[in-house]
Design a protein around this ligand. Sequence first.
Ligand code: HEM
Length: 146
Amino acid sequence: MAEQRVFTLSQIAQHKSKKDCWLVINGRVVDVTKFLEEHPGGDEVLIESAGKDATKSFEDIGHSKAAHNLLLKYQVGVLQGYSFQEADSKVSSRNEYKGKEMSAFVIKDNRLPSKYVAFLEFFVPLLVAGFFFSYRYLTKAAEITH
Ligand code: HEM
């Protein structure tokens, strides 16, 4: 799981060089020093935002899911006031979800509907046949009487 060390913006602002480059993206503090050379968008854009909240620049590009996943790889902590329950969860402020257990989920019991289906499959043709034969019987009976 990604690092949960808490940093303030002024602490992050200390890491604004090519040799020590941190950014804040969506509340995650990422150390991209080792990623500068690899960044497909070039190192300049990262260095420009070094030590700052680069969320807007990051989101404006429309980075892929892979790029978002890389944030987790380079994450060294969170910006003060942010907390993350798990890798992909939305930001929740001030540990609001801390200690919350995984919510239970219910597997839908589909035995009941299939019973109804069996009932219908059996009785509906029987009823139709019943109606048909009673209709035939009654019309025949009516013919004889006339
Ligand atoms: C100031 C913040 C950032 C800016 C302005 C920025 C800008 C860009 C730009 C312009 C491209 C497009 C390159 C091209 O198509 O030629 C790009 C691609 C990419 N960036 Fe960034 N970037 C930023 C931060 C990051 C961070 C922090 C990561 C990951 C740790 C990252 C990962 C990637 C990846 C993987 C691509 C390849 C395309 C994709 O998968 O979306 N970027 N970036």
